[in-house]
Design a binder for this molecule. Structure first.
Ligand code: ZN
Length: 97
């Protein structure tokens, strides 16, 4: 078993291919509707040569997950389960005559 990808290790920048992307903690800004959300100490990979910034994928997905309940995502699935309701016998009982 080999360790998958880079954890917190610097890795070569894809943009300039000369610098190294290093983990920094920055303040991440995102809009949630009309509200500006700031997330301090957000992990970001910053190239020490060209300054390209890339956010940590896991952190982004974590943040997305965190914000999604309030974000009113259009793709939100509403599960419609039909409740059978209180059980009542549909069998028509023969009327006593
Ligand atoms: Zn770079």
């Amino acid at each position: 078993m080999s360790e998958s990808t880079h954890q917190n290790e610097p890795f070569p920048c894809r943009e300039c291919q000369a610098g190294m992307m290093r983990l920094h903690h920055v303040t991440y800004f995102t809009w949630l509707g009309e509200e500006l959300i700031t997330v301090p100490n957000f992990p970001a990979w910053v190239c020490d040569m060209c300054g390209k910034r890339e956010y940590d994928e896991q952190a982004i997905s974590w943040l997305t997950m965190l914000l999604s309940p309030n974000a009113g995502m259009p793709t939100r699935r509403v599960k419609q389960t039909r409740q059978p309701g209180p059980r009542k016998s549909n069998l028509s009982q023969p009327s006593m005559d």
